[in-house]
Design a binder for this molecule. Structure first.
Ligand code: ZN
Length: 240
């Protein structure tokens, strides 16, 4: 069985479609979403509809939470704030209810999913090094946990210590724990413009990060046409 784990879609429909097409081509039969369906880009409603149609486990991202509220926007950078106001204006109350009801942490089969961190999921901290990962491992009760939020795919592995493993694929071994960032299906930030997601192959005990080209020009045109900040279109081709 192969499971596709994706997130940080951020309303990039072309990115999401590329991910789901690739997952289907590679015989993934199950789907899991680690949150941030909306925010930044121009297709929040369409992306929500695609994810909801999959009827898959989904956890809440910080942008999902912000989009579902109508309180003052705090804690976002100015670019994210403008995009968030636009996103709120372009979602229905039903969309917002769906987003507000998403859970912060879920267990799926033998793994856990969370958007940001396991030690404090609703604080939206960033795991960018092994020390951050160590804090999450303290609350990880399954061999694997998939997360996102930084938009940079990465494998953290815990034995007696925590290491960061390089490469695009990792073998899952007994007695170890894995905290795996699946990257972003809609706004990569690791210098590579291609969207990312993970395939967990249960038969082969392997997790692979896939990188995919998508119709970037179409996504960028939608951002400009929607009146969203031009920088949001520019950053997509830079992968940051
Ligand atoms: Zn995000």
């Amino acid at each position: 069985m192969k499971i596709a784990i994706f997130g940080d879609i951020h309303a990039n429909l072309e990115g999401l479609e590329a991910v789901l097409q690739d997952a289907a081509d590679r015989d993934c039969t199950h789907f899991v979403c680690i949150g941030d369906i909306v925010g930044y880009n121009a297709n929040p409603r369409e992306c929500l509809e695609v994810v909801r149609r999959l009827e898959c486990p989904v956890v809440k991202g910080n942008h999902d939470e912000e989009a579902s509220l109508d309180t003052d926007l705090v804690g976002l950078n100015p670019l994210a704030e403008r995009a968030m106001q636009w996103t709120r204006d372009n979602l229905t109350s039903e969309d917002k209810t769906y987003l507000s009801e998403l859970r912060m942490v879920r267990q799926v089969r033998d793994f856990t999913i969370v958007h940001a961190t396991l030690d404090s999921p609703s604080s939206w901290g960033y795991v960018t090094n092994k020390f951050d990962a160590m804090a999450s491992f303290g609350y990880q009760y399954t061999p694997l946990c998939f997360f996102g939020h930084t938009h940079s795919p990465k494998f953290y592995v815990k034995t007696t210590t925590v290491t960061v493993e390089r490469g695009s694929s990792i073998e899952i071994e007994n007695g170890k724990k894995y905290f795996i960032n699946v990257g972003s299906a809609g706004q990569p930030r690791d210098g590579d413009w291609r969207v990312a997601y993970a395939i967990y192959d249960l038969g082969a005990n392997r997790v692979t990060i896939r990188r995919l080209e998508y119709d970037l020009a179409k996504t960028q045109k939608k951002i400009i046409d929607a009146g969203l900040p031009t920088m949001l279109a520019e950053r997509l081709e830079l992968g940051k």
